[in-house]
Design a protein around this ligand. Structure first.
Ligand code: ASP
Length: 443
């Protein structure tokens, strides 16, 4: 009986062997979404249903993110105890995330300047629909100006409970970090709270495992909806732009990260990617590093990266380390200057790169965030609202698919940095990492 139920689950894309299910779900979503795009008709209501299924899947995984981040940080930091070691983790984290993001923007700038995808390209979005976005963009820029000034202040929560209820990740992480540090200094009296959070962590991990049973249908729904809105033919229109972004992401994944792993650690890149493949597929399907965080933590811990490192490095990475987003923003903005025939000097290229680093790290780990914060980079260049609006509309049309790709890159780099730090600090169990048959039971 049990076997029959399991076979049934596998047949409908639920249950074990999730990597393959998710992968096939993505392919099926692309094919089906494109079919709907070309033959809308009676299938349109179906897209609405799929949209609800997809959104439900994202919501349900986002639901565990806040309890997970809080419990992971409290348990992780209080187990480190020694504030010198926390400082060491912190410094390394900033260093490696910094290196990876600088390389990403440099790679993006190099590719877009060498291939020049923007030369001779016209925005194919109508002027009218482009103008519709004008107010939206203007208000984003105004809001961003205020926000930038207060960026550091906004990191400090006035009321941690209010930040919790609003789901503001950076203030939550800020409070959780210093609270856990204090907890680690008060001795045995911290046991009840630490035990409480240990239970919360275990339960959220269990919940993640249950939720992931629905990953394949959820991701199929999300991919179908995304592709049905633009169709695959859009890539002919902007093939050069898309090719530059795509090549940039591939080089980041297949050249930059392997080099970082080789220079700074002894973690084999293939082994690491195999360990986190499920998280990468979910990142692609959901276009959200925050929603993927429970999976990223689970994959890394199961295969031997210590809880200390994962609980510290991965939540911060999912919020601040957005190298895929930074690469995309650099390419997109330089592409627009090419499309509009604006000549930019090397100094402006550097300015774009710096602004992209800032803008990407202020992006939340949610779908489409990078496209909103790109306004900061465009604005820094003094593009007129009109020009910006047209460019925005163009980017808007294809953003979902680019977002899926850049989120995969963002999540991969979080795992790479966690692995490098774990290696440097002797916080990795190589027997577990190298043996694909084994994994640590964390739930
Ligand atoms: N969706 C991306 C992420 O969650 C952020 C972005 O829009 O670039 O990592």
């Amino acid at each position: 009986m049990k076997l029959h139920v399991q076979t049934l689950f596998v047949a409908i894309g639920l249950g074990i062997k999730r990597n393959w299910h998710i992968f096939l779900a993505i392919i099926a979503g692309v094919i089906f979404g494109n079919y709907i795009h070309e033959n809308p008709g009676f299938l349109v209501p179906f897209v609405k249903v799929l949209n609800i299924i997809g959104q439900a899947f994202i919501r349900i995984i986002q639901m565990v993110v806040i309890p997970l981040v809080c419990s992971a940080i409290v348990v992780g930091i209080s187990s480190i105890g020694d504030s010198k070691q926390i400082g060491k983790f912190g410094k390394k984290m900033i260093l490696y995330y910094g290196i990876i993001t600088v390389l990403a923007v440099a790679l993006g700038a190099f590719l877009v300047l060498a291939i020049k995808p923007g030369i001779g390209v016209q925005s194919y979005i109508s002027q009218a629909s482009a103008l519709e976005l004008q107010n939206q963009v203007n208000s984003v820029i105004t809001a961003q100006k205020g926000q930038l000034g207060n960026m550091f202040l906004n990191m400090i929560p006035q009321n941690p409970l209010e930040s919790l209820s609003k789901g503001e990740m950076i203030p939550i992480i800020f409070f959780a970090l210093i609270f856990s540090l204090a907890l680690s200094k008060v001795g045995e009296i911290n046991r009840p709270i630490v035990s409480f959070f240990e239970s919360v962590f275990a339960a959220t991990m269990k919940l993640t495992d249950w939720i992931m049973i629905f990953a394949a249908p959820g991701i199929f729904a999300l991919t179908t909806v995304a592709v049905s809105s633009f169709g695959l033919s859009i890539f002919n229109t902007i093939s050069k732009f898309f090719a530059v972004i795509f090549v940039g992401f591939i080089l980041q994944l297949l050249v930059v990260y392997p080099l970082i792993l080789k220079f700074f650690s002894k973690v084999p890149v293939g082994t690491l990617y195999t360990a986190v493949i499920e998280a990468l597929l979910v990142a692609f399907g959901t276009a959200s590093s925050s929603a993927t965080l429970p999976l990223t933590i689970a994959c890394c811990e199961k295969r031997g990266i210590s809880h200390k490192v994962c609980s510290f490095v991965l939540p911060l990475g999912a919020t601040l380390n957005m190298d895929g987003t930074a690469l995309f923003q650099t390419v997109a903005v330089i592409f627009l200057t090419q499309a509009y025939g604006i000549t930019i000097e090397p100094l402006q290229v550097i300015q774009i790169m710096i602004l992209a680093i800032i803008a990407s790290s202020t992006s939340a780990g949610i779908p489409g965030a990078g496209l909103i914060t790109i306004a900061l980079v465009l604005n820094g260049l003094g593009l007129t609202p009109q020009q910006m609006v047209e460019g925005f509309a163009f980017l808007f049309a294809i953003d979902r698919v680019v977002d899926m790709l850049r989120t995969t890159v963002n999540v991969a780099s979080d795992a790479v940095v966690a692995a490098v730090i774990a290696d440097n600090e002797n916080e990795i169990n190589y027997d577990l990492l190298n043996n694909t048959e084994e994994y640590k039971e964390i739930i």
